[in-house]
Design a protein around this ligand. Structure first.
Ligand code: ATP
Ligand code: MG
Ligand code: MG
Ligand code: MG
Length: 579
């Protein structure tokens, strides 16, 4: 017989009451019929559906309790790994003064992404998109001696960026949670050692949360510096492209790759009648076509008879990069007579026929319609404004050009979500902000720095994006918001198994590791099917079923426990579950 609420007496004699986590009381506002929108990603849909997030305004989200719990689990793992390499946690203001940002020149160079605000005295600030300036100024104002190095300081806090295109929920917000660490070393050699230490800690974070990811060479962009790596979660819907060679292990963001696959295909108007031609075929022919075709884009073209690569170029740039291809500007510059397209969707294979849908501009369309009205009706063309171009994907030698790649291995393209980015900065910030230390000869030298970011809220979304099934979210167990849910088979008339479920619950939460981690499903007015579907949607790692008709072991009830990840079922008595 297990009493409830469980009461514990503290040292002072005050009673501590342990509450049951009853499903009906938890603020998990599930929306079963959340529609999928073209601009949505699967993770965003799932997070909305399971009541993890709600949109507040463009690129700003409310993090509701379920997401908050998962986020805190992630933070715990990140804290452990950062502190494992000597990171010391602190908190910086989110409003940072203009003065500091002017000293590094970034007040101007950051552009429209920087959110600038004024106080009542007309003093200007920015809502920090990253915190190099203020961390460097902190260190500049303290007198650090030899024995203080290496110094590694970090925080986990919100960042603000007025993204041109906030989308996919937490993946690209205007307000988002970042872990940012800044390192300070005396020499370049020590700074590089720090870089490698922290890179190792990043690998441990992403290994622990069970992600399929790649650590790739990267561009250092507006942050600056000379050495930089990104951690990319490899999943079909990422906005970045990762190039990799399986032979030598070379991996890079395509933005800075020195080995790149040649464009998958190229075409020009002249090619219409040649080998890899764009065949302009009619609607009918496409419908009846025997070859495999994939519609990759709808292009508005001013004149479909002479497909001008430049007009296609500009239209490509207007198309959502979510599509499985990208216009290759670098190749275009080298060889302007062709239009180059990289396919970044591995489902498109060599020799597949790709269908390009070409549409005329509305204006042109109207003109053409007018012309046609003047002419006799043309019975062969039933839809004058829509034409299709189909071309075959022909890959040219896609081989690795890295000097240490002896076999010139084949290059592979994958989509990725950038969840972490590390930079060796050198003295870029320290020299501008006067963060110095004395060298061996007593001379002032700027401190060697590095900076290291993890997009914590983006990471949470990327985890959901990359691990889910048709029933819902599949959490890695260390990040899941709860460990388990107990689901009784009872309904309102027959409460037998609900009482057993309560008993089981009260026994399990005596274990401090399980307390606050197990939910008791108490909505007996809901059908058992719905209860199970919802538990799968939210992704409780273990579903514990309580059914009074279940078998018994030594006179004790046996409970079925289902692992959400692999569907495996095991059977335990309450006593076995508790231990
Ligand atoms: P992106 O290329 O996706 O715009 P970034 O290169 O501008 O990202 P960094 O300056 O490298 O981003 O910031 C460090 C990390 O912060 C990124 O690796 C990413 O995980 C995260 N991050 C950046 N922008 C956003 C955003 N708008 N929403 C959520 N997370 C973000
Ligand atoms: Mg950015
Ligand atoms: Mg980037
Ligand atoms: Mg980056």
């Amino acid at each position: 017989d297990y009493p409830f609420p469980v009461e514990e007496e503290g040292k002072t004699g005050a009673k501590k009451i342990v509450h049951r986590l009853l499903r009906s009381k938890l603020f998990i506002p599930v929306v079963r019929d959340q529609p999928m929108d073209k601009e949505m990603s699967q993770s965003q849909l799932l997070m909305q559906k399971t009541g993890m997030i709600r949109r507040a305004s463009l690129g700003m989200y409310m993090t509701l309790p379920l997401a908050q719990r998962a986020m805190e689990n992630l933070i715990k793992i990140i804290d452990e790994e950062m502190q494992g390499v000597g990171g010391q946690k602190l908190t910086m203001p989110l409003l940072v003064s203009k003065d500091l940002w002017e000293k590094t020149g970034r007040w101007e160079t950051t552009g429209a992404e920087l959110i600038k605000v004024k106080d009542r005295k007309e003093e200007e600030y920015c809502l920090a998109p990253t915190h190099e300036e203020i961390f460097t100024s902190l260190v500049a104002n303290e007198r650090l001696s030899n024995s203080n190095f290496p110094l590694r300081l970090y925080q986990i806090g919100n960042k603000y960026r007025d993204e041109i295109r906030p989308r996919f929920g937490l993946v690209r917000g205007r307000e988002f949670l970042m872990k940012d660490l800044y390192s300070f070393d005396q020499t370049r050699v020590e700074a590089v050692a720090t870089y490698n230490d922290i890179k190792g800690a990043y690998h441990r974070v992403f290994d622990r949360v069970g992600l399929k990811y790649a650590c790739v060479e990267a561009d250092s962009g507006n942050i600056g510096g000379s050495m930089s790596h990104e951690f990319q979660v490899l999943t079909g819907s990422g906005e970045d492209t990762v190039v990799s060679c399986e032979c030598c292990g070379y991996q890079s963001n395509i933005e800075r790759a020195t080995s790149k696959p040649s464009p998958s295909t190229k075409f020009s108007p002249a090619d219409k009648i040649k080998k890899i031609a764009i065949k302009v075929v009619s609607d009918k022919m496409v419908k009846g076509a025997k070859e495999k075709t994939t519609t990759i884009a709808t292009i508005w073209c001013s004149d479909i008879d002479t497909i001008n690569p430049f007009s296609i170029k500009s239209y490509f740039n207007n198309i959502d990069s979510f599509e499985p291809f990208r216009f290759n500007q670098a190749a275009q510059q080298q060889d302007p007579s062709y239009t180059y397209i990289d396919f970044i969707d591995s489902t498109i294979k060599d020799n597949d026929h790709v269908l390009l849908q070409l549409k005329q501009h509305q204006k042109e369309q109207q003109q053409q319609q007018q012309k046609e009205e003047e002419k006799e009706e043309d019975t062969t063309s039933n839809n004058a404004s829509v034409e299709y171009g189909s071309f075959r994907v022909v890959k040219e030698g896609d081989h690795c050009a890295q000097p240490n790649c002896s076999n010139g291995g084949e290059l592979k393209l994958q989509q990725g979500i950038e969840v972490g980015h590390i930079f060796y900065l050198g003295t870029k910030y320290s020299s501008k902000l006067g963060a110095n230390m004395k060298d061996k000869n007593g001379k002032n030298q700027p401190i060697e720095m590095g900076c290291y970011g993890i997009g914590v809220s983006r990471l949470l979304a990327a985890m959901i994006e990359s691990k889910r099934d048709d029933r819902g979210i599949v959490w890695s167990k260390c990040v899941a918001p709860y460990k388990a849910i107990i689901i009784p088979f009872s309904d309102q008339r027959n409460r037998g198994s609900y009482e057993s479920a309560e008993h089981l619950y009260d026994l399990l939460i005596r274990d401090p590791f399980l307390r606050n981690q197990i939910v008791l499903e108490n909505r007996l007015d809901m059908s058992i099917g719905k209860r199970i579907n919802e538990a799968n949607l939210i992704g409780f790692p273990y579903l514990i079923f309580v059914n009074n008709n279940a078998s018994k072991k030594n006179g004790e009830d046996v409970f079925e426990v289902e692992d959400r990840d692999n569907g495996q079922k095991s059977y335990f008595t309450a006593f076995e579950l508790y231990h």
